[in-house]
Design a protein around this ligand. Structure first.
Ligand code: AMP
Length: 404
């Protein structure tokens, strides 16, 4: 990267930010949280790796963004990149124009928790920094290359044609970054067939052929797919009518249960945090042990299912908080895939240092790698690319105008 880009990820009461420049060591990042409350504050890391903690009582999104930008203005960011969860059918990162903002607004029914918060952030930064080019980078865009047999549900056609009910997929910036970086490390940049497992509080899997997503585990919303921290992943859709008929639950209660009270938390009745569950299971907690087993089995099942989208499997990449840090989960997951010929090296797997990338198989069969994700870096790169393209197009039209 030749410029510095401010990456912003606005949630309903928080804003994650990162100033991304050439060297990863120079990155300045932080989190503004509890926005709108007396306890609003910014926590992060500033120049030279120094810790930052700043109280901003009752600050809203705009005030918090103003404070963040004030602190970063001497670094002279040249663009702002916004993470946007749902881009509907937009296939790539886009310069924020009134038309693109409207497309993000139109996709709100598909991401009711995320897109409105992103729009608040976009609105504030557009007002505060009208001179800076701003770009939206979508979690869904990478998966727009999926073929229709992977993205269509077996539902009445009009739900797709009139109401956009289809599989979209999420975590696209992570799957894109990890598969590019991983295939480069493997010596076959954007070539061949790879599976990625992004395992964090939210988790998803992806099948990538020659650098393009061909299938992924999340669907219309980020609830479909593998077991997550508090999300159920796949369940029988009839659970809704079962709970409504037998327990009298309404749709909101069922939705809340599936999104916030299920997954690792629901199974273990203890925690959504994998570290806590591994410790509890080591101390004999059977519910924690079962939660881990279900997580790994269902993850392996998802990877096996996605492999149908690949002409061949060159390897598997683990990433996300769990994928990057837990040798135990990696080993358990691979043990459920014996028929793929994976040959995990216990030593390489156990000895991989936290936060580092590396290959963890014996060198026979499909490769297995750990590749720490870098969603902010990827968003910054895509932002810079869009800004460069727009500048090049403007130059070209100026040149035409001069000739004419
Ligand atoms: P993320 O959402 O990517 O930040 O990942 C959060 C998840 O990573 C939580 O479930 C953490 O418990 C898990 N995690 C982080 N470090 C470890 C570790 N050393 N072993 C197991 N899980 C971990």
């Amino acid at each position: 990267m030749s410029t510095s880009v401010l990456v912003i990820n606005c949630g309903s009461s928080s804003i994650k930010y990162a100033l991304v420049s050439e060297r990863r060591e120079d990155r300045i990042f932080g989190l503004a949280e509890n926005l709108g409350s007396a306890d609003a504050r910014i926590k992060g890391v500033t120049t030279g790796g120094e810790a930052l903690e700043l109280s901003i009582p009752h600050a809203d999104h705009e005030k918090a963004l103003e404070t963040i930008l004030e602190r970063l203005s001497h670094h002279n960011p040249q663009a702002i990149g916004h993470r946007v969860v749902h881009g509907g059918t937009l296939t790539k990162a886009e310069l924020l124009t009134p038309e693109i903002i409207e497309r993000i607004r139109e996709a709100t029914p598909l991401a009711p928790l995320h897109n409105p918060a992103h729009l608040v952030g976009i609105d504030a930064t557009m007002r505060l920094f009208p001179e800076l080019p701003q770009v939206a980078v979508f979690d869904t865009a990478f998966h727009q290359t999926m073929p229709s047999h992977a993205y269509r549900y077996a539902l009445p056609k009009f739900l797709y044609t009139h109401h956009n009910v289809r599989r979209y997929g999420f975590h696209g910036t992570s799957h894109a970054y990890v598969s590019e970086r991983g295939s480069m490390l493997a010596g076959s940049f954007k070539q061949g067939g790879w599976l990625t497992a992004h395992l964090g509080n939210g988790s998803s899997t992806c099948a990538i052929w020659n650098g393009q997503s061909v299938d992924t585990s999340m669907g219309l919303t980020p609830l479909e797919g593998v077991v997550m921290g508090t999300r159920s992943g796949d369940v029988d859709p009839s659970i809704h009518s079962f709970l409504a008929s037998n327990l009298g639950w309404d749709i909101y209660k069922i939705d809340k249960m599936l999104n916030s009270q299920s997954g690792l938390l629901g199974l273990s009745d203890l925690s959504n945090d994998m570290r806590t569950l591994i410790e509890a299971s080591e101390q004999g907690n059977e519910d924690a042990a079962l939660a881990i087993e279900v997580f790994c089995y269902r993850l392996a099942k998802s990877l096996a299912g996605l492999s149908c989208g690949l002409p061949r499997i060159d390897g598997l990449f683990f990433t996300g908080g769990i994928g990057e840090n837990s040798a135990y989960i990696r080993e358990k997951t691979v043990s459920y895939l014996p028929h793929f010929g994976f040959n995990l090296s216990k030593d390489l797997n156990n000895n991989l240092k936290r936060g580092t990338e590396g290959r963890i198989d014996h060198g026979t069969g499909p490769q297995i790698w750990v590749v720490p994700t870098d969603e902010e870096g990827r968003i910054a790169k895509e932002t810079e690319h869009v800004v460069d393209e727009v500048k090049a197009a403007a130059k070209k039209s100026d040149a035409y105008a001069a000739i004419a």
